[in-house]
Design a binder for this molecule. Structure first.
Ligand code: KPL
Length: 301
């Protein structure tokens, strides 16, 4: 078969990691984004991955959002959830009749892409990735789950070294990942610690458990096959597997930028309110992160 052509929207940690591993396995990869430093670094040196004490490079093209998109067999959306609406028309146009897959954190991304006229498929990544510099990333182990209609992409990702699977019950994986994100991301961001530190002391661990359990309860009320116990177990297991990683939300706050808290705890609070499920811990974490965001933005000269 000819090399798959994959266009990735985003130049952040997960976009670079997926792009790099796909390119190393033979895909022709283009990253599309709005971050000038990221695009410049990728255009100059390709994608770089820090691994096993060294760094390897993989070829990739880099294009700004407004450029005509190259033909693609698959378009992956990996921008922050609050950027989805701005990117959606471009991603939908780039995909045309080919695969369009969101692998973003949180609820609502698939719906935004569909509202822009696309036929998006859902993907879920349960792994860590840290951007060390523009175009340079470090990855942590974990899985990628995709809807069955994206089985071809799962195969390309496996060739790139990912533990990737096409599954019939993607919503269950989406909500389980949501539980993981609502538990780990805001806590690690507010406390300023890597994921594994949340398991060390009783107080953060109790909050992590409570946040995940609330997501499990809302999922169950929404008819998704996930319960509070499984949600808690998933959050703890991912915190262990990505112990050394600084969560994407902590990385966002450290950059002084916006976070995905609205699509995570914010979306859970809304979904809980619609179904009469109380979510006080997610509401508290939502408010705490919004306060940090506001403080970070106020500090920008
Ligand atoms: O998805 C993540 C994130 O940081 O956004 C986890 C899995 C929690 C890894 O850090």
């Amino acid at each position: 078969m000819t090399a798959p052509r994959v266009t990735v929207f985003g130049t952040g940690a997960m976009a670079c990691l997926m792009g790099a591993r796909l390119a190393r396995a033979g895909s022709r990869v283009t990253l599309v984004g709005t971050w000038p430093e990221g695009l410049r670094a990728i255009a100059a040196q390709g994608l770089a991955v820090a691994e096993d004490g060294g760094t390897w490079h993989a070829p990739a093209a880099a294009l700004p959002l407004e450029a005509p998109p190259p033909p693609a067999d698959a378009v992956l959306v990996l921008v922050k959830s609050w950027q989805t609406a701005a990117v959606a028309p471009h991603a939908v146009r780039a995909a045309g009749p080919s695969l369009l897959v969101t692998l973003q954190n949180g609820l609502g991304n698939r719906e935004v892409l569909a509202a822009a006229g696309g036929r998006p498929l859902q993907g879920v990544t349960v792994m860590g990735a840290t951007l060390l510099a523009p175009g340079l990333v470090r990855g942590f182990p974990g899985q990628v789950w995709l809807e069955e209609a994206a089985a071809a992409l799962a195969g390309w990702l496996r060739e790139g070294g990912f533990d990737a699977h096409a599954v019939p019950d993607i919503d269950r994986h989406l909500w389980r990942k949501l539980a993981v994100n609502c538990a780990i991301n805001p806590l690690s961001a507010v406390l300023g610690v890597p994921n594994g530190d949340l398991l060390r002391e009783p107080e953060p661990l109790a909050t992590l458990d409570a946040a995940a359990a609330e997501v499990g309860a809302v999922a169950a009320a929404a008819g998704v096959a996930l319960d509070p116990e499984e949600a808690v177990a998933a959050a703890r297991a991912v915190a262990r597997a990505t112990a050394g990683n600084r969560s994407s939300m902590l990385q966002d706050l450290e950059r002084g930028g916006r976070t995905e808290i609205g699509a995570l705890c914010g979306a859970v609070v809304e979904a809980g309110a619609r179904r009469g499920v109380p979510t006080p811990v997610n509401a508290r974490l939502h408010a705490a992160v919004r306060a940090r965001e506001a403080a970070a933005l106020a500090a920008v000269p």
